[in-house]
Ligand binder design. Structure first.
Ligand code: RIB
Length: 317
């Protein structure tokens, strides 16, 4: 089987508590509990597959029931799943709190995800792919090596640098065609990139910039296409030949923002194929996917299907 989109990334079991608000340090508050599949990589693969692209996923899970659930989930979703079973670590897990406004806070134990090795990534998959999409939530060294290999093979490489740490190795950007950070990740990349000449740049600084200045900063990262997702402020596209803002898709309730970025990125990748590499059209498609995802609870469970996105697309544009 040949998949157009190959996602190299993480799988987690999400343990989610919903409460009216986030607890203060030392405080106990009541909430309701649910559990379901998550992990940025797997969420993005599910978003890509549900929104219409043939998709493969490469990741690592523990030798445990949660890992078996991952296999079953990907089979149900029609994803070509290559899950390496690691005996030295459990399947990744995430503790998530969602407040009444739908905002979330997440703590993750990446477990087996960090054991993903280059040898676990079948080269034949990369060779047949159109797009290779990755995030550093699993073993960053494997992600870096795989994106470099995909880039050398001439594939479209997409990096969602989430989650990002202050020791993030920015050399990976040399292998990236399309970079999709959120505002926090973008600010960290600016601090880490010497060409940006702004080692103290913050998220607050980002929101004070006009579009031309933000575009210049994006250009300093050395990546052909940068799409900064800005929460309820939509997103900012910077390409070699210009920049443009996109607003969010309004009209749907905000229930749970967990996985909103994953819905956007998976659907964007799928939209790129569907719309023959037309980036603005893929962004519009992805914005609707993200709005649909936040209107439901859960991460993977909330990823929208192609027909639902299409229905809203015809209403919106
Ligand atoms: O982006 C949301 C995801 O981040 C959750 O599903 C959680 O598992 C963490 O990886």
């Amino acid at each position: 089987m040949a998949a157009d989109i190959v996602v190299i990334g993480s799988y987690n079991q999400d343990f989610v508590w919903k409460a009216d608000r986030f607890p203060k340090p030392g405080e106990t508050i009541p909430g309701t509990f649910a559990t379901g599949p998550g992990g940025k990589g797997s969420n993005q693969a599910i978003a890509a597959a549900r929104s219409g692209a043939s998709t493969a996923f490469v990741g690592a899970v523990g030798n445990d029931t949660l890992g078996e659930n991952a296999q079953a989930l990907h089979k149900r979703e029609g994803i070509e799943s290559h899950l390496a079973i690691k005996t030295q670590a459990p399947t990744g897990s995430a503790a998530i709190i969602v407040d009444a406004t739908g905002q979330n806070q997440i703590i993750g134990d990446m477990g087996a995800n960090l054991e993903l090795q280059e040898a676990d990534v079948p080269e034949s998959l990369l060779r047949k792919a159109l797009i290779v999409l990755a995030q550093p939530e699993s073993n960053p060294a494997t992600i870096r090596a795989t994106l470099h290999k995909a880039h050398e093979l001439g594939k479209i490489t997409i990096l969602n640098p989430a989650p990002i740490a202050e020791n993030f190795d920015i050399s990976i950007l040399n292998a990236v065609d399309i970079l999709i950070p959120n505002e926090l990740e973008f600010a960290t990349l600016v601090r880490l990139t010497p060409a940006c000449r702004n080692p103290k740049f913050s998220t607050e600084d980002l929101f004070t910039l006009n579009d031309a200045a933000l575009h210049n900063l994006c250009r300093s990262l050395g990546v052909a296409t940068v799409i900064i997702t800005l929460g309820n402020q939509g997103c900012f596209l910077s390409e070699k030949n210009g920049h443009r803002r996109f607003s969010i898709y309004h009209g749907l309730p905000v229930v749970d923002t967990t996985g909103a970025g994953d819905a956007f990125i998976g659907a964007f990748s799928s939209g790129l194929i569907q719309f023959n590499n037309n980036i603005p059209k893929a962004i519009q498609f992805a914005s609707i996917a993200a709005a649909l995802a936040v209107s439901k609870s859960g991460a993977a469970a909330a990823m929208p299907k192609a027909e639902d996105i299409q229905k809203h697309l015809s209403l919106a544009f």
